[in-house]
Design a protein around this ligand. Structure first.
Ligand code: 16G
Length: 241
C-alpha cells in the first residue's frame, strides 16, 4: 500500500491511505487511529513521516488530536447550502437534528449609528439586541448576535429566541421574509467563540453577516454570526449561463 519507489512523497501516500479508510468507513467518526508507533511499524517509515501525515489530516479537519488520549476520526462537517433563505431551526430540521439556543443577552437598547444605518432607522431608535449560542443536537455550532428594529417587531421576548425567530416573524407577526444580503469571511476564534463554542485559540471561524429584508423592502434583522470552521462547510451549485 505504500510504494517507497514512487515519486509521490511517503507522507502523502499515508494521508491518502487514511483518507481512504475514512471514505470507505473502515474508520468511522470517533474511532481512534493507530498510534504513531504502530503506524511507523506498519508502514516501515520514520516517525517524522507518520507525524507529518497525521498533522496534515488534523489541519484538514479529518482527524482530531486529544491530549493524552490519541488521535481520532472527526465528525463529518455539516454541509450548509448557500441557496435559499432559511433559518437555523429549518436547517437543523432538514438534517434530522434538533436546533437549540442558549440566550446570553436579550436587551432593548438605543441603536448606534452603524446598526441604525443597516436597519434603515434613525440613530438612537430602539432596537432589540440578542446574543445566543446555536446548538445542533447538543453541540454548540455558532454564536449569533441579532439586531432588530423594536418598532417593527414589538413585544419580542427572550423565549422566542430559544425557539425560532423566523417562525415567530412569519406565523405570529405574519410578516413575509423576502430576501437577504449575506457575506461570509474567514477569521479565527476570538474570546467569545473560545468561551461559548469550546474552541481552541486560533481555531478557524466562518463569520457571517446577514441583512434580511421583508417583502416591502424594510430591513428586518442585522445578524453577525460566527460558525465553527471545524464543523461547517458551505456548499452551492453553480450554473454557467
Ligand atoms: C440563521 C440566520 C439568521 C437568522 C436565524 C433565525 C445565517 C447566517 N443566519 O441563523 O440570520 O436570524 O437563522 O433562526 O444563516 P431561527 O428561526 O431558528 O431563530
Amino acid at each position: 500500500m505504500i510504494d517507497k519507489r514512487s515519486p509521490v512523497p511517503i507522507y502523502y501516500q499515508i494521508e491518502e491511505h487514511i483518507k481512504k479508510m475514512i471514505d470507505t468507513h473502515q474508520l468511522k467518526p470517533g474511532d481512534a487511529i493507530p498510534s504513531e508507533r504502530e503506524l511507523t511499524e506498519a508502514f516501515q517509515v520514520s516517525r517524522m513521516t507518520v507525524r507529518q501525515a497525521i498533522t496534515d489530516l488534523v489541519n484538514a479537519g479529518l482527524l482530531i488530536r486529544k491530549k493524552g488520549k490519541g488521535t481520532f476520526v472527526a465528525e463529518p462537517k455539516i454541509e450548509q447550502p448557500l441557496q435559499g433563505l432559511t433559518s437555523f431551526t429549518e436547517d437543523m430540521q432538514r438534517r434530522g437534528m434538533k436546533a437549540g439556543a442558549k440566550i446570553l443577552r436579550f436587551s432593548k437598547i438605543p441603536s448606534d449609528e452603524s446598526i441604525a444605518q443597516k436597519l434603515d432607522i434613525r440613530t438612537g431608535a430602539a432596537i432589540y439586541e440578542i446574543k445566543r449560542i446555536r446548538f445542533a443536537d447538543a453541540e454548540p455550532m455558532a454564536l449569533e448576535r441579532t439586531y432588530l428594529p423594536a418598532e417593527l417587531v414589538q413585544g419580542l421576548t427572550a423565549d422566542i429566541f430559544e425557539q425560532s425567530l423566523y417562525a415567530y416573524i412569519e406565523n405570529v407577526l405574519h410578516y413575509r421574509i423576502a430576501h437577504a444580503d449575506q457575506v461570509i469571511e474567514a477569521t479565527t476564534a476570538g474570546h467569545d467563540e473560545i468561551e461559548h463554542l469550546n474552541m481552541a485559540p486560533g481555531s478557524p471561524v466562518l463569520r457571517i453577516h446577514r441583512l434580511t429584508f421583508l417583502e416591502n423592502g424594510q430591513p428586518l434583522e442585522w445578524v453577525d454570526s460566527a460558525y465553527r470552521g471545524d464543523r461547517y462547510k458551505f456548499v452551492i451549485s453553480l450554473k454557467r449561463d
